[in-house]
Design a binder for this molecule. Structure first.
Ligand code: PNS
Length: 159
């Protein structure tokens, strides 16, 4: 696979996301991680902050680039000429929503295949929402996010 796109809201990027990004980077020549808007989520971090956190967290992956796009994923995939849209599947509960998005994206832009990678078993429970909730109540999130993201989350949750 030449070019894979890994979309998400990444608010913030977690070790679960990084697991998927690393595995996508092993499958594709080039990976663009694209920070997008999820219309059903309010974000803690701005688009620029999410991009900066991802850049730092993926600095050791030479074939991974970070971008941002405030529009349809299908349009972005067409614009960059992506062969695949790579997404992580954590559990059966993710499936219906991801299936609906994959079919919609195929309808809008048939050239990019959606590819699902299963999250590593030890990261199955992890999500950005869980990270934010634990941090908000003073819990330890150091095992959930890369070190570079830890401070940023603690700063935000301090108020
Ligand atoms: O990390 P998330 O929040 O699960 O990612 C969801 C995201 C941002 C990939 C999705 O909401 C999306 O593709 N947003 C861009 C707008 C779009 O294309 N929506 C239609 C897809 S059905």
């Amino acid at each position: 696979m030449k070019l894979a796109v890994c979309p998400g809201s990444f608010d913030p990027v977690t070790n679960g996301h990084l697991d998927i990004i690393r595995r996508a980077a092993a499958l594709a020549d080039r990976v663009i991680v694209v920070v997008m808007t999820n219309a059903s989520k309010h974000t803690m971090f701005t688009m620029e902050e999410r991009v900066a956190m991802l850049r730092t967290a993926t600095v050791d992956l030479p074939n991974v680039e970070i971008d941002a796009y405030d529009g349809l994923l299908a349009d972005y995939a067409r614009r960059v000429g992506a062969d695949a849209i790579v997404k992580g599947l954590r559990a059966v509960t993710d499936f219906e929503y991801e299936f609906q998005m994959a079919l919609t994206n195929r309808q809008l832009h048939a050239d990019a295949e959606t590819v699902f990678l299963t999250t590593s078993a030890d990261l199955m429970y992890l999500s950005s929402s869980v990270v934010k909730q634990v941090a908000m109540y003073g819990g330890d999130i150091s095992g959930f996010v890369p070190a570079s993201v830890l401070d940023a989350v603690l700063q935000k949750t301090k108020g």
